[in-house]
Write a protein that binds this ligand. Sequence first.
Ligand code: NAD
Length: 252
Amino acid sequence: MIALDLQCGVEQLGDMIAAASMIVPFTGAGISTECGIPDFRSPGGLWTRNRPIPFDEFVASRDAREESWRRRFAMEATFAAARPGRGHRALASLYRAGKVPAVITQNIDNLHQASGFAAEHVVELHGNTTYARCIGCGRAFDLPWVKQRFDQVGAPDCSACDQPLKTATISFGQAMPEDAMQRATELAQRCDLFIAIGSSLVVWPAASFPLMAKNCGAKLVVINNEPTEQDEIADLVIRQDIGETLGPFVGN
Ligand code: NAD
């Protein structure tokens, strides 16, 4: 059912939140657009400007690694300036109130942690771009160190095993993180309310989680300003701005 307008949507969502005992939010790039981080698929989104670099190309080509790091550092001012928006803060309020055990996110921007979620309660399906990892031994590196190496030698390699360093994100063609997939599965199967926020729900396997929650008996809410692939199975669709929709739940 599509909410008639913003006010109806907020009221119906409020009723569903009040009735639920375990709520699992699932977030996509749309929750962070009001924080100044563009999404991928909207006009002006990242993909209208840059073709994504698949994992095998990153591994095989030094040029691809140089380009990948150039793009990342070009975005640094944007990521560094971003602060949690109303959507993040509303979810953090529900987390503090004990209604939300953890958030599942496709985002890589660290804003759920910045809003007050403990790191172990942010299930990152696509990793995190605020630090780097060696693709060989998995060792973590902070970005200022990587930037210094990049300025000296170009795309840097691991100081321990000489394999390439990459932002700690999951690229197309790269294996999904097993632990995050397992935890997201458990959350989707156990919750009684699942809220998909700011995702076009076209990236799989991440988009399997709303469907899984619904199939396991949870109510499903979709909040997104354009239609998504799973509106048809949702109990409530709020086709409105995320900040406007979740703003009333900040601080509750
Ligand atoms: P997407 O770009 O495919 O979809 C975002 C959706 O949010 C779109 O349908 C858009 O219309 C909607 N939206 C944007 N701003 C909104 C607002 N203020 N209110 C309501 N709706 C709004 O993003 P996705 O589904 O997350 O998938 C793309 C992939 O991109 C993800 O895997 C993620 O890893 C990555 N990504 C992450 C970030 C980030 O971390 N902030 C940014 C860009 C891309």
